[in-house]
Design a protein around this ligand. Structure first.
Ligand code: BGC
Length: 745
């Protein structure tokens, strides 16, 4: 007994615990807040400082003395990243860290199906849990402000309402595994060019109406346990410790109790990071040896410099305690939750989820002459053309790059699905990026091709001429400037001469479908010359099988665009009115900044094309099916109500074609009379319904009066003005089928 008491004194435990009672912080029958307080009061100052900064590239140390475990994180957001070395980005070369690569988040958003987001989050969270991670660095939900943003493929599109509906189930799904979702990059990290020095300039109304709602939903409805700050600046301070974003809004107005994590290397000084609401510092520099210390992590802004500052009275321990509480809460919710499931990896269920989400996310943009789905009773020879038919895409793109267990390319998927029912002839057509390596992970493909562009063209044209149908697989490819972190695209055009190639192929054979693999919009000057266009995203392991199933009609496409597909950059407010990439300036401390006025304000995406009556190539929300849907007349449950009321709009929708399909019925609201300038319409509801041929369903969508206001910056409040509102129901922002009205008193 004597020995036990002494031991417990050493551990700082109470006499009661020494006699066998579980200390409160370890007792998971106790509320988390009690456990957090108990752990906090046992910790030394140094231990407190230790748990708020990294000990390696992707982990923080916990409190070994108290048995409080390390926190391990992983990218995110589309699969679990392979292990890197302790101090460096290089691969650790494990052989058991290959993951299921899920479709990119734009593909998920394009499903317009919150159930798919739940399935996605749950499946991905299971893989993270199996790999013993406490924090998954995703989802990414920055707004699609410009189609040039190199990371659009990691995000969920342009509309705050759609993002909010999709992010909440994703977060809940991940966290149901006892793994924290880390919602990133809060906030305004909407471009990669100059990403460390970009300084968006926008008013509060724009901030609250466009750039914050997704994050608010993730914090308040999704109960996300962590948030990651951005690299960019906002009103003179870095986003990762921006007092307005983190203190006033996230932790203040939204009353959020989670932990804010810096982006990797986003912290620049101790005082600002301490005051600005940051809770954990990661990635500040890499190699412990080159930074001139035996352990570079001691030099983190939240390590020795912070400790010294507390000891000499520069900072208060109260401030530190708040950070520590948040990190302890994260630990208790994740790695110290004894009831969390064990997770799983590479299961059949995850493969099925990857496939199902992909199939629901692919968007049929155009389908003239019903070229698709391919009819194998008539189509006997298929020319598959384009590099993206053979290129593996799970590797590349930046921190979201994955080491996938396998990846089926489009050509492989088609061959497997079609078998000997038709002949497939492949021609490369162009050489884009023959490499296949990111951060030490290699695809193993050798795509070197030394033929001249002319030789490649002639081969492709010959294949096209002889075929019944041409399937062109092109787009971007996650290499630099082509959907890739740290670089934006240089133009809206497809790279590597694809526009010219598609034009030539369409002349050689008009029965052509273009399958565009990208995570963002591209210019399609050839749209009128081709029959069919599919927006195919990055679809993960199951890419080829997913696309084969859509192209052959095993799956009926039901995806809808989560962003406006501009014909030119001129149609995008950020480029027409805003500055991009901004202009160079110097901040108060003499550092370079790139001021980027968001002159387009709230007019992002369809809000801009609506206002200016522009006709994009394809509108937000657009997506066809192999069947057709007819909308009846919209009705409403009450013609008048107060702003506290709910209004339910109902519309009968009928499948008028001959195959089962799903339609996303979209509800936009228009404030007919307002004292301020408001968008022509805004998405406020949607519902995805499955209909058998000939079947009709009454689709009901409910909106709250209180959700229909604008943000009044002066009052710092949402204002719903009385008057007439119009409910517009349709198949896209550009295809409103029926309307009704209601009055708010
Ligand atoms: C990215 C984050 C990512 C982190 C860790 C950063 O460069 O911006 O999204 O989670 O690296 O890899």
């Amino acid at each position: 007994m004597m020995k036990k008491v002494l031991y417990s004194a050493l551990l700082g435990l109470t006499a009661a615990s020494a006699l066998g009672a579980t200390p409160v912080y370890l007792d998971d029958t106790k509320p988390i807040e009690e456990r957090v307080e108990d752990a906090l009061q046992r910790m030394t100052l140094r231990e407190k400082v230790n748990i708020i900064h990294a000990q390696s590239k992707f982990s923080a140390p916990g409190v070994p003395r108290l048995g409080i475990p390390e926190i391990w994180c992983t990218d995110g957001p589309m699969g679990v990243r392979p292990e890197v070395l302790w101090d460096e980005w290089e691969q650790a070369k494990w052989t058991n860290d290959s993951c299921t690569a899920f479709p990119s988040l734009t593909a998920l958003a394009a499903t317009w199906n919150p159930e798919m987001a739940m399935l996605y989050g749950k499946s991905l969270g299971e893989e993270a849990r199996f790999r013993n991670k406490s924090m998954l660095l995703g989802p990414g939900i920055n707004i699609y402000r410009t189609p040039l943003n190199g990371r659009n493929f990691e995000y969920m599109g342009e509309d705050p309402y759609l993002i909010s509906q999709m992010v909440v189930p994703y977060v809940k799904g991940v966290q149901s595994n006892g793994v924290a979702a880390c919602v990133k990059h809060f906030a305004l990290n909407n471009n990669e060019i100059n990403r460390h020095t970009s300084n968006p300039i926008l008013d509060d109304r724009t901030l609250y109406e466009i750039y914050l709602p997704g994050f608010r939903a993730a914090a308040q409805e999704g109960d996300a346990w962590t948030f990651m700050g951005g690299y960019n600046l906002f009103r003179g301070e870095h986003a990762s410790y921006n007092p307005i974003l983190m203190n006033d809004i996230l932790k203040g107005e939204w009353d959020w109790d989670g932990a804010v994590v810096s982006d990797w290397g986003a912290v620049h000084d101790t005082p600002s990071a301490v005051k600005g609401g940051l809770d954990m510092e990661f990635g500040s520099w890499t190699n412990g040896l080159t930074n001139g210390a035996s352990n570079a992590y001691d030099n983190y802004f939240f390590a020795e410099p912070y400790l010294k500052g507390i000891e000499d009275g520069t900072y208060s321990e109260t401030e530190l305690n708040d950070k520590v509480r948040r990190v302890l809460r994260l630990t208790m919710r994740t790695v110290m939750d004894r009831n969390r499931p064990f997770g799983s990896m590479g299961s059949d269920e995850h493969v099925a989820a990857c496939r199902e989400i992909g199939e629901e996310g692919v968007v049929l943009l155009q389908n003239r002459n019903n070229l698709l789905p391919l009819d194998l009773t008539k189509t006997k020879k298929i020319a598959v053309i384009g590099e993206n038919a053979i290129k593996m895409m799970t590797v590349g793109g930046g921190s979201s790059s994955l080491k996938a267990r396998y990846e089926v390319t489009p050509l492989e998927g088609l061959k497997k699905r079609i078998g000997d029912k038709a002949e497939i002839v492949y021609a490369r057509g162009y050489v884009g990026d023959p490499t296949g390596e990111y951060n030490g992970v290699v695809t193993g493909q050798d795509l070197t091709d030394n033929r001249t562009p002319e030789q490649l063209l002639q081969e492709a044209l010959a294949a096209a001429r002889e075929a019944d149908v041409v399937l062109f697989f092109g787009g971007l490819n996650k290499s630099n400037h082509q959907d890739c972190e740290d670089t934006d695209r240089k133009s809206l055009d497809l790279p590597y001469g694809q526009n010219e190639l598609i034009e030539a192929l369409a002349k050689a054979n008009p029965n052509i479908a273009v399958i565009n693999i990208s995570g963002t919009g591209v210019a399609m000057p050839w749209a009128k010359d081709v029959d069919s266009i599919l927006q195919a995203w990055y679809l993960g392991n199951e890419t080829g099988n997913t696309l084969a199933s859509v192209l052959l009609g095993d799956a009926n496409p039901s995806g809808k665009l989560p962003y406006t597909y501009y014909a030119s950059l001129d149609q995008c407010g950020a480029h027409k009115l805003g500055e991009y990439p901004g202009h160079k300036g110097i901040d108060a401390l003499g550092n370079e900044v790139w001021d980027m006025p968001y002159n387009e304000g709230i007019y992002v995406g369809y809000r801009f094309t609506d206002k200016n009556k522009l006709k994009p190539t394809f509108p937000f929300g657009h997506g066809l099916s192999y069947t057709t849907f007819e909308y009846g007349k919209a009705g409403i449950d009450k013609a008048e109500g107060s702003k506290e009321d709910e209004f339910t709009i109902t519309v009968p929708v009928t499948n008028t074609g001959d195959r089962t399909g799903k339609e996303v019925v979209q509800l936009y609201i228009s404030d007919k009379k307002s004292s301020v300038d408001r968008p022509v319409k805004e998405l406020k509801g949607f519902s995805k319904v499955e209909l058998a041929p000939g079947e009709t369903k009454e689709v009901s969508i409910t909106v709250k009066g209180s959700d229909l206001g604008y943000f009044d910056a002066e009052k710092h409040a949402w204002v719903v003005e009385p008057g007439v509102f119009e409910a517009l129901v349709g198949a896209s922002a550009g295809d409103i089928r029926t309307k009704t009205k209601f009055n708010i008193r």
